[in-house]
Design a protein around this ligand. Sequence first.
Ligand code: GDP
Length: 388
Amino acid sequence: MEYLIIAIALVVVIAIVGGAVLLRPPRRRAGRAGPAAPPAPPPPAPPAPGEAGTATAADTAQAPPGVPPLLPGPAPVAEAPPPLAGRMARLRGRLARSQSGFGSVLLGLLSRDGLDDQSWEEIEDTLIGADIGVAPSRQLVGELRTQVRVQGARGDAVRALLRADLIQAIGADQDRNLRIGPHGDRPAVVLIVGVNGTGKTSACGKLARALIGEGQSVLLGAADTFRAAAVDQLETWGQRVGARVVRSDREGADPASVAFETVQEGISERTDTVIVDTAGRLHTKTGLMDELGKIKRVIEKRATVDEVLLVLDATTGQNGLRQARVFAEAVDITGIILTKLDGTAKGGIVIAVQRELGVPVKLVGLGEGPDDLAPFDPATFVDAILGD
Ligand code: GDP
């Protein structure tokens, strides 16, 4: 009988302790490495699909169909990432292919005694072959040729002139900072756009990890709803980097609804930055414009879209540039993430894409690892190309 009473008492104690653990109050703010917040209160008034363009729809509609309650929190991040600042210098070894590419060819040509017309033509062809583009290559050669002649430069002096001209062509004084400071009670919002396969989803994950490493809270939105694999991939990145992902359980759900939901939850959780991954289907230009335009409009009912970052694969050259142009026509791009710079010996695409789109390269991808995303620094890049 005594044993029975003790056993019952034990069961009661375990039940009370277990219940207390399960019923802990929800955390309001996503921690930098801890588990994410449990389900937030039901979001007010997300836009109904097809009606997101009107304020009344956004203010009165029910939760968007297909967006499930919050998922279980991500796994904690094992190690803090290195700071964003200075990453490019640390990863410059990844530009090894560039070092053996056009930089060394250029230096070889420029070290010839008595640079004649033929040499300058070869220099121009080398620049064009490195994806710099015809007009910028001509301009660069024109300036360099004049400087070399006027100064009678040779050897290291020619190299220094080339270095300075390349840095100038890339734009040393452009503002490449990410505008992601918080706005009072609203999160900063970053839209990531670009063709599928360029590295969009990875860029979302890597950027989230870097920001979390700098002490920010980040919420990811899986608005690339047309590819179930992309949503799962973002989820995996979220778990890997310690950022929660807002997603729809329905393939093909309205991307604008998911984007809206993410921002809404970002506001209620007081998240610092919301990063929204978008679909990169190059269907029709009008379709793309409609989709990206709607996502942006719908988000702007609740917060400001601070950055629209276009992801471009550096290995795709002129073809990638053409596709990038279509995106730039569909939505106002504020910066470029140039990925796979570790996989090309060309690299001149940095100059071409900035000229083409009129916005700076802000980040570069230098590998597949979670910390292989770096703020772009022109001088470090040129020094790596010239094998300094
Ligand atoms: P998405 O379809 O645009 O979302 O592209 P993903 O993020 O799925 O990336 C496509 C592939 O490119 C994946 O295998 C990535 O690991 C790879 N990738 C992304 N960024 C880089 C990079 O900077 N360097 C290299 N080498 N691979 C990258």
